[in-house]
Ligand binder design. Sequence first.
Ligand SMILES: Nc1ncnc2c1ncn2[C@@H]1O[C@H](COP(=O)(O)OP(=O)(O)O)[C@@H](O)[C@H]1O
Ligand SMILES: [Mg+2]
Length: 320
Amino acid sequence: MTPIPAPRINDARAFGRVAVLMGGTSAEREVSLNSGANVLEALRARGVDAHAVDGIPALIEALRGKQFDRVFNILHGNKGGGEDGVLQGLLEALQVPYTGSGVLGSALGMDKIRTKQVWLSLGLPTPRYVRLAPGADVQAAAMALGLPVIVKPSCQGSSVGVSRVFSQGDLAAAVELAARYPGELLMEQMIVGGEYTVGILGDVALPSIRIVPAGEYYDYHAKYVAEDTQYVCPGLDGEAEAQMQAQALAGFRAAGCTGWGRVDVMRDREGNNYLLEVNTAPGMTSHSLVPKAAGQVGIGFEDLCWRVLETSLAQEDARP
Ligand SMILES: Nc1ncnc2c1ncn2[C@@H]1O[C@H](COP(=O)(O)OP(=O)(O)O)[C@@H](O)[C@H]1O
Ligand SMILES: [Mg+2]
């Protein structure tokens, strides 16, 4: 793995007054509040003048009064939920620095179909897929891909609305479920094998994590409720590990993402990797994966929060 550079900032005062933006109104509000409380505590422990702000309207109000110098964004979710480029555009317009990806990376990362189109155009591996337009011939799509397939909303998260489909008779129900969520739908070939995720911090891919759910797959329950999901880090060894990290980093950059994030990857039984999606504001709860991967390379939670906060600095600000 590429060595992780030393922190660029030594004095907490260089960050100024920091808004830790959390909560909001998306379905992932509770997870975000949990992440946000952890981030706030960690930054304060390191002497950062950090304050909790719940949701975008409260942030706008505070910024009107020029109360903050920068934003640590730990909102999760789309539709103005903080992870889809809308918040990033607002902060760009107000010239307030913020952590993580900019407008393009955030918006693209929220749209699985368009992320895949970019990856495919660059020859990066991702499962074969069909975009399901309203009224699309779902049976024909499944025939083209070959069962089993995955049906999912293009712009959701947390495995919400995702179905595994093994027989033609179950296709309609899967499409109906995914269609309950806003935005487009897609069908993908199901990759049978192992599930991995790769955290990205600055210009470096962290060690992969292999996710071993006790149940059938990494659904909402396995992500947030079950205590018996196993996480193995690093998920692979040697050349295979290096290759997965390199592919994840390439996928992250290709999607215009910067700062920090997480790339989900499936690996089939022959050892071929397939990029699934990019997350631009990953969780920072005690169960979350980026903190696990960072810990593996000796970056504790406080250090991680500090380094993520550094992603809000323009390159030149950090020059000695
Ligand atoms: N093509 C696929 N093959 C196998 N499993 C998949 C595939 N797509 C999604 N999954 C499963 O569904 C989960 C959620 O899918 P993902 O694309 O990561 O969306 P999100 O995490 O945003 O809901 C994955 O973690 C994986 O367990
Ligand atoms: Mg995912």
